[in-house]
Design a protein around this ligand. Structure first.
Ligand SMILES: O=C(O)CCC(=O)C(=O)O
Length: 280
């Protein structure tokens, strides 16, 4: 199959986990009813994006959030890239995306590799590493349609990680994310289009909707960019679902006509994976 429909759920996230899960369920059901085969949720979709909430909202696997996603994936026969949640494992908390196939099986997991520690004068200071631990995986998951690379938000700023996913076969890269009002306006679309072009993939970003009552104001603008670098669908800052048709024939066409991946000069430079852990 070379065409399939992807839905990106730009949810408004509140301080109440139960409400966030109900919202995710409603959006997933709506996306399924609209004929989507893949559904993507935003970064930290069950929890406000704020260090002070991560320990309280964190869950070990399996937990209420991942069980809900698994059950919905099975019932609706969908592939779900479950945004991310604070994951509790041993004595650590990770920012983790759990990925379920259409039989409800956990088929992949990505723990955010690059923690978001920035301090922009007059803008935003955020230090994920005060609470979260980093993952170590390059995550590429098989699906019936094509391999998909999954990474989280700040990870998309690192072209080496994105390139490794393309080299491992990803034709689509999905990024649950939550950019903000300091970096979002200038960097979000530019980065998504650049990564799509670099790697000749569909590049899919899923943000929460902007909640002005929250401490962190997400940029929104979830988008789907095709391998030619064209934005094929984009939200504004409000809640809603963005849909696009993914045409894998276009990935092949662009890679054939403009063979960037083949033209790499590995005799001069190399991007390679070093220490890493299995993603599930
Ligand atoms: O890179 C950015 O500007 C935003 C990153 C971010 O918000 C995150 O990693 O959660």
């Amino acid at each position: 199959m070379s065409n399939f429909k992807i839905a990106v759920c730009q949810m408004l996230i509140t301080n109440h986990k139960r409400d966030n899960l109900k919202k995710a369920e409603a959006f997933i059901r709506e996306a399924a009813a609209a004929g989507s085969q893949w559904v993507v949720l935003p970064e930290m979709f069950n929890c406000p994006y704020d260090n002070k909430y991560f320990p309280e909202f964190a869950e070990a696997f399996p937990g209420a959030t991942t069980t809900l996603l698994s059950d919905l994936a099975k019932e609706l026969e969908l592939f779900i890239i479950g945004g991310s949640i604070p994951e509790h494992c041993e004595d650590k908390i990770y920012n983790t995306s759990f990925i379920f196939d259409s039989q409800g099986r956990l088929t992949g997991k990505h723990r955010k590799v690059h923690l978001f520690d920035i301090d922009v004068a007059g803008g935003i200071r955020f230090q994920e590493s005060e609470i979260l631990s980093p993952g170590k995986s390059v995550t590429v998951v098989k699906t019936p349609q094509c391999p998909v690379g999954v990474a989280i938000c700040y990870d998309m700023r690192f072209p080496e990680l994105m390139r490794l996913m393309a080299l491992e076969g990803a034709k689509v890269i999905v990024i649950p994310a939550a950019f903000n009002m300091t970096t979002g306006p200038g960097h979000w679309e530019l980065l998504a289009r650049t990564r799509a072009l670099d790697n000749q993939v569909y590049f899919v970003t899923a943000s929460p909707a902007r909640n002005l009552e929250a401490s962190y104001h997400a940029y929104g603008h979830s988008m789907i960019v095709n391998p030619w670098g064209t934005v094929v669908a984009q939200a504004d800052e409000k809640e809603g679902i963005v849909y696009a048709e993914v045409d894998l024939g276009l990935v092949e066409k662009v890679r054939r006509e403009l063979p960037l991946l083949m033209h790499r000069r590995e005799d001069i430079y190399e991007v390679r994976k070093k220490g890493w852990e299995y993603s599930i």
